[in-house]
Design a binder for this molecule. Sequence first.
Ligand SMILES: [Ca+2]
Ligand SMILES: [Ca+2]
Ligand SMILES: [Ca+2]
Length: 661
Amino acid sequence: MKAPEIQGQKYAPSDYLFVKIVPGGNPNDFLEWVHRSAGQLGFEMSAAFPFSRTRFPHAVNRLAVVKVPKGAAGVALEWILKSPLAERAEQVPPRRFFYEPNDLGPPSGTPNQYALHLCRLPEAWHITRGDSSISILISDNGFHLQHPDLIQQWVTYPSDLPNDGIDNDGNGYVDDYLGWNAVDNNGSVSADVPALTHATAVSGIASARTDNGLGIAGAGFSCRLLPVKISDSTNIPIAGYSAFFFAVDRGAHVINCSWGGQIPSFGEQSLVDYALSAGCVVVAAAGNDNDTIPVYPAAYPGVISVAATTAQDIRFSLSNFGSWISLCAPGHAIFTTDFNASSQQYTYAPRSGTSMATPLVAGVAGLMKSLYPLASPALVKQCLTGSADPIDQIPANAPYTGLLGSGRLNASAALACFRQFIPPKAQVRFSDDSTMARFCADDTIPIKAISAAGPIQNVTWQALSPGLHIGMPTDSITPVWFDNPGFYQLRLIVNNTYGSDTTEVTLEAISRPALYPALQRQANTLQCTNPLPYTYWFKNDTLLPWFSDTLNVTQFGKGLYVCAGATAPGGCRNPSNPIPVQDIITSFVPNSTEPEIFQTPQGFGIHPVQGPVFWSLFSITGQKMAVSTTAFFSLPSLSKGLYILSLTYENKNYFRRFVVW
Ligand SMILES: [Ca+2]
Ligand SMILES: [Ca+2]
Ligand SMILES: [Ca+2]
């Protein structure tokens, strides 16, 4: 069943104004003038951008955004244009989401994903299955974050804890742990109207969890999703422009805009240019008006504008068309992630429109960026359009010759085109593209070594500063440790048969907190007795969005739980003993007296033994490494690090933590 949606939505006037400051003018001086104007105008105007003085260095092309009360835009515009600091001003143009018509049923037969086959995604995934370091920003309405086929795909930033009202990482966005709400300026991107599922449908097409035996596959495969909520409960995308700021500030590689409108805007175009110049690929929907009038942001130069086609490569009956289209992608009856508001179930449903064609292209752009993250948006666009399968020759498309872009998306051909432009020699970078990283004692440092031609042959790390020690590296991680906290310079070299690449990074080494939190279970509640200011929870290897000292396991299900304490958000964390939760129980008897558990250099033993014993050895991240059912557990050969031994004896669990050095 399809969730009801607002249909035939009309453009709504905006309460936001773009203002271009005169050369040499300071947007903050202008915004102060705006603030002082309230007395003469009789109403308040507020800054929607820059948010504060600390954000001023981010100002784009002398741009400011002012929010005015409903209906006051005309008076405010006239007033603002009198300011000696304002060079230009305009109302932020009205925008809307592109919805599919509600009379479209599923394609005949069982639900399918014809679009992925038609666009040759299975072949493309032979070349790359994307990369979890690549983020596709979805600017849309509210998200159903808990959808089981999406929940593991969101990009999270533990350096800003959610819901504490503090911008812990000081990037200008308060509580942007998981995306950004650009309307309310907070970190809550969830769907406030459960029946509105546009964002959830778009997200699944771009990059639903793939190869997880559940639901659907998403084009971007391992690429992650960065949600930005640009509308409120009225479901009008009033803050689409701010997604471009956020994309640059969080380093998004691709931005998906399944929205737009017919009025161009210098302010919006400045922001699109800002994102493009930062290397972010901008993909935008052509709209569903069945006409040729250009739609923005799709029609701005440099943007990849996407029209919609059917399973037969015929123009989707409502899709816009015109000389401003870059290419087409399937946008009819696309089976994707959904939420059924009446049954309160996370579901899947077919959706149509250019909104659904666009994220397919965005997902493929994510795959391309996975191979070559520094590729320019122009190169990505060139290969996507240049490799599309022509569709003008199809008789039903005859009236639209030259008006459907270069044809229908072919992901496999796009990647083949793109690969020619990747430097054949090996490339290396630190996983988040930074040249500055923090790490903790005994951490591994993730790196990304890319070889477009043949395998990586060698990975070499050179510690350029004394006191930094390097373990055995692979082409994805290396363990590092240090003598004292401080700054260390590190060089990384990789090579393949075509040559080598070198990068250097400054590492800030910080000490782990000395104290380990204790973890206890009482019935279905886990209590992290945490002497440190910040608490994190892990289930198996996954960081949970839960930051208080107690956690109810019924909310997260069975698994191996670890809590961790840290002195700062995102800083070094000391993990607790893990607690395996095999059953969700309603009562629990805490441990009483322990048998003697003794340790020798060879392993661990227990006595007296009056029944079966069961040992499990875990890595500190919860990965099970060995089991034994004998009274003495001989340790396998272990590399340096911290380990957890679990013993089940007489229906009780005991834990020992030990270090190999
Ligand atoms: Ca923040
Ligand atoms: Ca916070
Ligand atoms: Ca899936």
